[in-house]
Design a protein. Structure first.
Length: 350
């Protein structure tokens, strides 16, 4: 199976490179007669696109979605849905000076070792631009879940060491995508300081999915939390995933960590809405650790493609922090997994 394809019942294949003519998605297995709101798809893309906020990359991409197949009279047909997003502000020549250099923190070295060739125009296939295709497909999955009462909301809860206390029911519109206004202001200041110093910062993105009914997920290798963790870890900048209280559970006693059963449900939700790989009916709570942007102006040591020592300083258009723009991507991957889990459950019980 191609590593560019994701999902079991709802299968997503993405295509395109950072500075190629377009990126896109083919979504197969989508049920017919879904009234697809393309303005809703575009709204999600607008949340992710570069140049949309003061703390994002200076690359100016409108990220307008075009449907090539699978839609007729506003409804899905059951055929593969093909979504294409043209790249209108690509500048591959900006990366010409880096053609022979392997950038620290990027996939340059591993792609070069694996394939013997790499796309040096930005990150190529490993670029964050690929996630535009995920967001478009995830917006479709979101519309598939909406009639079921499933709602997926993400936000930044930590950035550059600033920890927020956000309202989980708030969909933040701040540049840093944080629902805690005081923390958001400090996060924005930290990003601007890192930018001024030619450096970058990381953060933590939290996603909460509410309205997920009990029973989704399949033991033992199709556990819902395992699929969600894998989906989030497939996002290039993510280096860790927690479900529920995550690593904090390792520091608790069993009597503290267990979610006690009470009439009508559970007393707590330390497990994050999943037990035995199956949804409990509580909120799904997920957190992603997002690394600092590897492209920075500060001079770093590296080697060239022949293994000779060199130095490098990235001068292109880069986000000083990826976390805010990763919020809609994490939401999209969550929506895709949940839509796939719903289709799996529907196939099992009818």
């Amino acid at each position: 199976m191609s590593s560019n394809t994701f999902g079991r019942y709802l299968r997503l294949t993405t295509f395109g490179e950072s500075h190629g003519p377009a990126v896109g998605a083919v979504l197969d297995g989508l049920p017919p007669r879904l009234n697809l709101d393309l303005t809703g798809v575009q709204r999600e893309l607008d949340r992710r696109r570069p140049g949309a906020s003061s703390v994002a990359s200076a690359r100016r991409e409108p990220d307008r979605v075009q449907v090539l197949s699978g839609l007729f009279d506003g409804q899905t047909t059951g055929a593969p849905l093909c979504l294409v997003i043209a790249s209108e502000d690509a500048r591959p020549a900006d990366y010409e000076p880096l053609r022979e250099l392997l950038r620290p923190g990027h996939a340059d070295a591993t792609y070069h070792q694996k394939y013997g060739i790499r796309d040096w125009r930005g990150g190529g296939r490993a670029s964050g631009r690929e996630t535009a295709a995920r967001v478009a497909a995830g917006a479709v999955a979101r519309q598939l879940l909406a009639p079921l009462g499933v709602r997926v909301v993400g936000q930044v809860i930590e950035l550059a060491g600033v920890v927020a206390d956000p309202d989980p029911d708030v969909a933040p519109e701040s540049p840093v995508r944080c629902g805690d206004p005081e923390a958001a202001a400090r996060m924005e200041a930290a990003i601007e300081q890192a930018r001024a110093e030619g450096d970058s910062v990381g953060g933590v993105v939290q996603v909460i999915a509410s309205g997920v009914p009990a029973g989704w997920g399949d033991p033992v290798f199709g556990k819902l939390d395992a699929l969600l963790a894998g989906a989030l870890m497939s996002i290039g900048a993510v280096k860790g995933v927690e479900v529920g209280d995550g690593f904090a559970l390792a520091r608790m006693m069993g009597s503290e960590a267990n979610d006690a059963l009470v009439p009508g449900g559970f007393a707590t939700n330390r497990a994050g809405g999943v037990l035995g790989g199956i949804s409990t009916g509580q909120d799904l709570v997920l957190r992603c650790a997002v690394k600092p942007t590897p492209s920075i102006r500060k001079t770093q040591t590296t080697v060239d493609t022949s293994g000779q020592p060199a130095t490098i300083s990235a001068q292109g258009r880069h986000d000083p922090c990826i976390a805010p723009r990763l919020v809609p991507v994490a939401e999209a991957m969550t929506c895709l997994v949940l839509a796939d889990a719903w289709l799996a459950q529907r196939a099992l019980v009818g």
